[in-house]
Design a protein around this ligand. Structure first.
Ligand code: B12
Length: 166
């Protein structure tokens, strides 16, 4: 009996090519990890190559990795309740990098400890430079999937080995 082909075995161009590179990261204060693993799998399932920086990422490491990789998107996740403060601190540093001035940068998770403040947090985080905010409580994963479908195809497309495939 034949088994289903794995994506990399199917030979289709869609299976071989990545839609681009996404940095998944937490913030300096946050040591939770399964949120990051979840996001990596979700984003890979949507066709992107993910570089997962892990938990407790110092600001300067996040900035230097973004500078080195010039990702097509940056996804920040925090669930410890300090994400608003961490996010407000790092977004200016990311936007100050010339290659990231117009790169989609989003944040999500449990960004504060008071759910009633979520709308205010989202407004302030977007005003500070995030393209979108996906807080728990309003189907953040569904909304994030919808956001991904609105992104333009990146100018450079990478194959699974990381080579530019034009
Ligand atoms: C496991 C756990 C820990 C472990 C983490 C171990 C590890 N290696 O990850 C340990 C024990 C270390 C820990 C520590 C702490 N924790 Co803790 N922890 C949890 C727990 C029980 C599960 C988290 C988890 O792994 N979930 C599984 C993953 C897959 O789901 P998730 O994290 O919920 O993420 C989902 C969404 O948030 C969303 N999402 C997340 N990010 C993003 C980003 C985007 C863009 C999108 C679209 C979606 C998205 O998608 C994910 C899947 O649905 C939760 C409670 C709970 N039941 O959720 C508390 C919880 C997150 N912890 C909490 C707290 C307060 C702490 C501590 C501050 C406790 C303390 N006083 O020390 C510390 C913080 C340490 C730190 N420096 O960050 C609180 C946060 C409260 C808040 N935000 O209001 C929670 C909610 C518990 C609670 N109810 O109070 N914790």
């Amino acid at each position: 009996m034949s088994r289903p082909l794995l994506p990399e075995e199917s030979g289709s161009k869609d299976a071989e090519r990545s839609k681009g590179t996404v940095i998944v990261t937490s913030v300096a204060s946050d040591s939770h990890t399964w949120n990051l693993v979840f996001l990596q799998l979700l984003i890979e399932e949507c066709g992107y190559t993910v570089v997962n920086l892990g938990p407790c990422v110092p600001d300067d490491l996040l900035v230097s990795e973004c500078h080195a990789l010039e990702p097509d998107m940056v996804v920040v996740s925090s669930v410890n309740g300090h994400g608003y403060q961490d996010g407000m601190r790092v977004i200016g540093q990311l936007r100050a990098l010339a290659p990231l001035a117009a790169t989609p940068v989003v944040i999500g998770g449990k960004l504060g400890t008071d759910d009633a403040e979520a709308a205010v947090r989202a407004k302030e985080l977007t005003a500070a430079g995030f393209d979108a905010v996906f807080e728990d409580g309003q189907d953040p994963v569904g909304a994030f999937r919808g956001f991904l479908t609105t992104l333009p195809a990146p100018e450079r497309s990478l194959d699974k080995a990381g080579r530019v495939a034009l």
